[in-house]
Design a protein around this ligand. Structure first.
Ligand SMILES: Nc1ncnc2c1ncn2[C@@H]1O[C@H](COP(=O)(O)OP(=O)(O)OP(=O)(O)O)[C@@H](O)[C@H]1O
Length: 768
């Protein structure tokens, strides 16, 4: 069996699912897409200049992206075809943009957020009952209930789509296991937590927030009545701060265990210890304590490790999936996977049956590039072919924006979701029939020796590839187009290296300390983090004054652990109270939560740079961002103003949302006054940021270069920074980005004398 993909330049990508490669050239393809796909090299060059390949530093968890090819996906440039001089459909459609406004409404507006009636909810649950019973896991229902009742820990392995995440919590609820506490299900990602809860609430037949709820950062729909609660692993770690034995839960299900995220790994050790502590209390006759059941759910067959860790827990294997997914690998390696994804998406759109497409990419910038390309090339589709509507999803979006991927495409159109691996596990996106897997993702890394974090584009693991293909075939048979060869698939690692072995451990150590685990080196890790990584994180937390000389958590550390941001930002917020600049600190942290608020289309780069000058502060990027926000506020976020000034209004809306949430948090939980402002004395703001980012600093060298204070790394100011080409005695930065050089982004000037004031313990001790 075969399938081919072809673009207007007659580029053909051949997919092969049984070793026999055949090329198919459907008539429509070559004629319909008259526009060329962009030259891959050009885009890659622009990308490199953008410096987005490696993100280092305290904010590296943001979803910035890159097009860096990996070992399995090597570069190729795509030849261009000529375009005729006649006006293109794109130009024509631009001419037709004029709109006439009419008074009154042609059609009544839809009622938004209308609560469904109880009858509708119950009917829906009734309709879904049949579906529930058709899931592969249903035949194992009784045995799952029995095993969980009979054992303290159970490991359940099931194929993707078999029904683990939606059904097992319901089986346990139906068996009475929620009688003395809620059933918690942890998820690595918030989009999954929300949607699983919504689906299970529908299946149970109650509105979301009643019997079934979810809790994610800044959004808790669960109530005291919630018997099943989906939550992110981060929220469960946070709950541990106020309920050390998690007494409100009877069962804790740790889902997607195979992903081995840092937080899930920490939770493994925590729940294991809590289970023992609860049992000890019961054995001592404590009447109000109940035993805790632990269920580990994984999609990979390698479950022995989990079993061994949880006292040789019983492993249950559940076979079967809802619908088959046919895998199609390319015959040749693809050099530019973004270009290949573009070609493949249009090919599917023109050749295959209805059904939406899901493309896995590596990050926000890549997604936004492809979004633009799809919009641009979609204009040239013949009128008989419906629109292809791109729909992006990545971690830095707010939850409401992420939810858009679940909305149906308008009739006659096809939706193409552009996602990072945020959409890789757990979720069912209705109507997805086709998956395009680029084979790459951004992988976090940490060099403990020099204290530098990185976010590199790398090949995914086999288990990730299976998860990705598993997003199709959930409601009907599906197709997965892998943009790499079968050989390349065979060379992939079976599973990714657990995050705990390759990540900065500061936040995790702070969590452990805040939940009373003082001896973090003696913690029962499933996989032990490196000693050097551990030591460096402890040292940094000490320097941030989160730990005292004996390594115990300080009052500052306790407060920092409660903040929903990484430790350096938490320190900035705490410091801002003392320095009376909380308003500015919240504003800048919110602005840093997106990749960039400035847009710089390559065709209008000069115009964009000129517009930006208006906001530029001589002190660097932090105050430039603040100036821009103030200007944005003064025009009340006017979109035309944003367009004229090359401000990304979508990112600005996200910034405003994060800001609102941080204000609420500082006010409610932090007991701070979020309106405290330093007025025009903005030097204070920089000193305040230095309290959290003193490790991300560099000094000017006699030869005009900058060298990082820690690690002595030569670093270059990124061209997008307002301090690019400027020489300052000392600088601080938010991230270090590696492409051909170590580029620093989010850069501000400082005076070297500020350093010892900002972190006396750290700089005092290092000099000693
Ligand atoms: N939101 C939803 N909308 C429509 N169908 C859904 C939804 N959620 C789940 N389903 C259906 O239920 C099936 C089981 O989903 P579930 O998430 O429980 O599987 P799983 O075994 O946990 O998969 P994975 O390992 O991929 O998370 C899906 O294949 C799909 O048919």
């Amino acid at each position: 069996m075969f399938n081919t993909v072809q673009n207007a330049k007659r580029k053909v990508i051949t997919f092969d699912d049984d070793g026999e490669a055949v090329q198919r050239r459907p008539e429509a393809s070559s004629a319909t897409l008259s526009k060329q796909y962009p030259d891959a090299e050009q885009r890659r060059a622009a990308q490199q200049a953008n410096g987005k390949d490696t993100v280092l530093g305290a904010d590296s968890s943001s979803s910035s992206s890159s097009l860096t090819p990996t070992s399995s996906v090597t570069p190729l440039s795509t030849p261009s075809a000529s375009v005729s001089g006649e006006s293109t459909p794109l130009q024509q459609s631009k001419k037709q943009k004029r709109k006439i406004q009419f008074q009154g409404e042609a059609r009544p507006k839809k009622l938004i957020n209308k609560e469904p009636t109880t009858e509708i909810i119950l009917q829906k649950a009734k309709d879904l009952k049949k579906h529930r019973q058709s899931l592969p896991i249903y035949t194992a229902r009784d045995i799952i209930i029995k095993e969980v009742k009979d054992n303290a820990c159970v490991v359940i392995v099931g194929e993707t789509g078999s029904g683990k995440t939606t059904q097992i919590p319901q089986y346990l609820l139906e068996s009475g296991l929620a009688a003395y506490g809620t059933i918690a299900v942890t998820q690595p990602r918030r989009v999954a937590a929300i949607n699983l809860a919504k689906r299970v609430a529908e299946e149970v037949g109650t509105p979301i927030g009643q019997r079934v709820g979810y809790s994610i950062r800044f959004d808790d729909t669960s109530s005291r009545d919630s018997l099943i609660k989906y939550m992110t692993d981060g929220i469960m770690l946070r709950e541990l701060l106020s309920d050390r034995l998690l007494l409100r839960y009877s069962v804790i299900i740790l889902d997607e265990a195979h992903e081995r995220t840092l937080r899930t790994d920490i939770l493994f050790g925590m729940v294991k210890s809590i289970q023992k502590q609860r049992q000890d209390l019961i054995d001592k006759g404590k009447k109000d304590v109940q035993p805790l059941k632990i269920v580990i759910m994984s999609a990979t067959l390698d479950a022995e490790k989990f079993s061994e860790y949880f006292y040789n827990a019983k492993i249950m294997y559940i076979s079967g999936r809802m619908y088959p997914v046919k895998i199609l690998n390319t015959v040749e390696p693809q050099s530019d996977y973004v270009d290949s994804a573009l070609v493949t998406a249009f090919q599917i759109h023109q050749e295959e049956a209805p059904g939406d497409i899901l493309i896995f990419l590596t990050g926000q910038e890549e997604i936004e590039n492809l979004e633009k390309l799809i919009e641009e090339y979609g204009v040239d589709l013949p009128p008989t072919v419906g629109k292809l509507i791109p729909c992006p999803i990545f971690a830095a979006q707010d939850s409401a924006t992420q939810q858009r991927i679940f909305e149906p495409a308008p009739p006659g159109t096809r939706k193409v979701i552009l996602a990072t691996n945020i959409a890789e596990t757990s979720i069912t996106i209705p109507n997805i029939c086709y998956v395009i897997d680029t084979g790459c993702h951004k992988s976090r890394g940490y060099n403990a020796k020099i204290g530098i974090e990185s976010l590199l584009v790398e090949p995914i693991s086999k288990s990730s590839a299976r998860q990705r293909s598993g997003r199709a075939g959930r409601e009907a048979p599906g197709l997965c187009f892998r943009l790499y060869t079968e050989d390349a698939f065979e060379q992939l690692e079976e599973d990714a290296v657990p995050e705990i072995k390759r990540c900065n451990l500061e936040a995790a150590i702070l969590s452990l300390k805040a939940t009373g685990i003082d001896d973090v080196t003696g913690f029962d890790f499933m996989d032990r983090p490196s000693k050097s990584g551990m030591l460096r994180s402890l040292e940094h937390l000490y320097a941030l004054e989160a730990l005292d000389d004996e390594g115990h958590l300080t009052d500052i550390g306790k407060k920092m652990a409660a903040f929903p941001v990484d430790p350096p930002f938490a320190k900035v917020l705490l410091q801002s109270e003392k320095m009376e600049c909380t308003r500015e600190a919240i504003d800048i942290i919110s602005l840093l939560s997106v990749d960039s608020i400035f847009s710089a289309p390559s065709a209008k780069r000069e115009e964009a740079n000129e517009a930006r000058q208006k906001f530029t502060s001589l002190d660097g990027d932090h105050l430039t961002l603040l100036n821009t926000l103030r200007a944005y506020e003064s025009v009340k976020g006017d979109r035309d103003w944003c367009r004229e000034n090359f401000i990304n209004s979508r990112h600005m809306r996200h910034v405003m949302d994060v800001r609102k949430q941080l204000i609420e948090f500082c006010h409610r939980a932090g007991g701070m006054d979020p309106t405290k402002s330093c007025g025009h004395d903005l030097e204070i703001v920089l000193k305040c940021f230095l309290a959290g980012f003193f490790q991300n600093t560099a000094l000017l060298q006699p030869d005009g270069t900058y060298k990082s204070i820690i690690g002595g790394q030569t670093v270059s100011v990124h061209p997008s920074s307002s301090l690019f080409g400027k020489k300052r005695e000392a600088i601080m930065y938010n991230e270090l980005v590696f492409t051909t050089k170590h580029y620093i982004r989010g850069v501000s000037a400082l005076e070297s004398a500020w350093l010892s004031q900002a972190a006396p313990k750290y700089f005092g001790r290092r000099q000693a």
